[in-house]
Design a protein around this ligand. Sequence first.
Ligand SMILES: C[S@@+](CC[C@H](N)C(=O)[O-])C[C@H]1O[C@@H](n2cnc3c(N)ncnc32)[C@H](O)[C@@H]1O
Length: 431
Amino acid sequence: MPELCWASKKPIAPLSAALRTEGVVYPRGRGYPTAEAVNRLILGDNLAVMSALLPEYVGRINLIYADPPFYTNRRYPARIGRGEDSRRPQEWQLAEGYPDHWPNLDAYLDMLYPRLILMHRLLAPSGSLYLHLDWHANAYARLLLDEIFGPDRLLNEIIWVYHGPSPIRSAFNRKHDTILAYTKSARYTFNADAVRQPYDASTVKAFAATPKAGFGKKPNLERGKVPEDWWYFPVVARLHRERTGYPTQKPQALLERILLASSNPGDLVADFFAGSGTLAVVAARLGRRYIASDVTPRAVQTMHARLASETDAPFKLQIGQVDGDAPRGDAPGSFADELSPALISLAVVDAHHMSVTLDASLLADLDLWEVDPAWDGGIFRSAVQVARSRRERLAAAKAVAPLLTDSAPVCIRLYFAGGEKAQVVLPKPVG
Ligand SMILES: C[S@@+](CC[C@H](N)C(=O)[O-])C[C@H]1O[C@@H](n2cnc3c(N)ncnc32)[C@H](O)[C@@H]1O
């Protein structure tokens, strides 16, 4: 079988790495503080993250969606503040998103190859990998996947088509991505009935008009058809209700079709290039367990706010690092900035609740704030989250939190659009 070779090609062995839990988020307080958080949101390079997961998860993940940088040699800025919801470019504020810059193709393949090998190891025997790329690197990736999974394991080469403005004048406009779907074995999950769609009106009409339509083979028109391997879904730029401002965010409808076809309720699914967390959000909605990781703190902050406001299941906030690496100052649990306690007031509402009110000066550019009503000084258990909604300029300044019987202090954490974060620890209110 032909193989792709380049000078620095090597199947790097898994690294010695570990995950550390720094927080648990209970969206809208559901299950706080006892529900088990089976979902994970992890900050870290996915080589370290997947290496750390291997001992527990080898052969256990049912579906992996991978949407890595495409080898475009561009930088992708994020839109922050209220800008992401605005259709007026003058309101956009830009901040660093993520880079897709490589010295050459070899360096890109050095990144991709060992990660695809780890994904293959993590997949369950009936599991599938969907690798999302475009014309820049999909041909190389196809050869890598043939080598790792075997050429017979190619399930589909899916073409996602979309439309939108383009500056290209010297070629046809490039308006499709390629999603390479591979299965770990010949016995794989594929729920055809979960993704059926209605036949075109013209097909239905043709069968109604004459019994000879379809050369006598009449499909089950009521049941609908299994979609073709080319899909049309609008890009997120056109879906104002979905937009987070994180660059190259994918539409939920695309992930929904992948999840419905290649996983079952209760399955474990993963996205190690998770960005704004589209896979995790849809997975939670469809009753799947998820692992989402990204190396960029802005991605993790975006997912944190999105999962807290759009999903119900608790999730752990973790950091994944190579053993011996210095602790990261931007880890989910690292808060160097302590706010003045005077900026936040707590008051007893009744025997079981307290109110938490932020000073108005804190609200500018505040994306998310959350409350741990019984801070143990180690793992932040978020019982209340207040995220700035896409339609509002400012987040709400007031929330009600549980008032617990123990004497532990209350910790409030704030996350700003520019990526800054701060916390304050206050004594439990009495009254
Ligand atoms: C194309 S975006 C993913 C977008 C995502 N599918 C969504 O819907 O928002 C690629 C992501 O991969 C992340 N990334 C790049 N290299 C990584 C690495 N080595 N480990 C973890 N994440 C990485 C980037 O930070 C970026 O967020």
